[in-house]
Design a protein around this ligand. Structure first.
Ligand SMILES: [Zn+2]
Length: 234
């Protein structure tokens, strides 16, 4: 790792900067001759710098390895395991519907193993969001997306539209969401990112707005009460 790294904590979802004291890396080497070549196993612990969080993230990666200039060295990365938390899924607040969270978590969990299983869950999750948040009439996903076109901000709609047009996603979003179709790992990740953005922009933004407005209303109420109390009694 370089000295300062931008990082988003999977537990508190805060964008933050990691410094030297926030992470710890180690490598173990397989130095035994074998059919596949030397290997190294790298562990990376990160402790969230947010004082209210301080949770541990642990990722382990397997690499090709070699001995050169008197030293064992780590080369190309072969496999990645997200051990803590068990997937790249972000932790979202409890006011986001549980069915949406369940599909999203499973889509993240299966993403490295099966892009198509992950994309299937992501599409179901997207459909769950459209039906719950926008109350669209249940139908084919493609029609449900069209149904929100005039309700949501144009940039968001263009993003959903762009994701459904690329690669295979374009083809299978037209079909029933339970049809399992091959997708690339990139496309599966893009779907997950889209869902994270929609959860933030819709559920979380709505809740924040509600909180701000309630606070303003409470302040206004207490001011007007104070004024009434100060008014001369007749
Ligand atoms: Zn955190």
């Amino acid at each position: 790792m370089s000295n300062v790294i931008h990082w988003t904590c999977p537990f508190c979802d805060r964008d933050t900067t990691l410094r030297n004291g926030d992470y710890s890396e180690d490598s173990a080497f397989l130095k035994v001759d074998n059919a596949e070549g030397y290997r190294s196993l790298k562990s990376q612990f990160i402790v969230c710098p947010n004082p209210k969080c301080r949770k541990i993230t642990l990722v382990v990666t397997l690499h090709e390895a070699g001995f050169s200039r008197n030293q064992w060295r780590t080369a190309r990365q072969l496999l990645t395991w997200n051990l803590i938390p068990p997937s790249k899924a972000k932790t979202f607040p409890s006011f986001v519907p549980q069915v949406v969270i369940d599909d999203y978590n499973e889509a993240c969990l299966i993403c490295d193993l099966s892009s198509k299983a992950s994309a299937t869950l992501s599409r179901r999750c997207l459909q769950g969001i459209l039906r719950d948040y926008w109350k669209v009439k249940p139908g084919r996903l493609v029609d449900e997306i069209d149904a929100v076109k005039d309700k949501i901000d144009p940039i968001t709609w263009e993003a959903i539209d762009a994701v459904r047009k690329i690669g295979n996603i374009g083809a299978h979003m037209e079909k029933d969401i339970n049809v399992i179709v091959d997708v690339d790992p990139d496309e599966a990740e893009l779907l997950i990112e889209l869902i994270e953005t929609l959860i933030r922009d819709w559920y979380i933004a709505r809740e924040d707005r509600k909180k701000r407005l309630t606070m303003i209303k409470n302040i206004a109420d207490s001011k007007s009460q104070a004024k009434q109390q100060m008014a001369p009694q007749s």
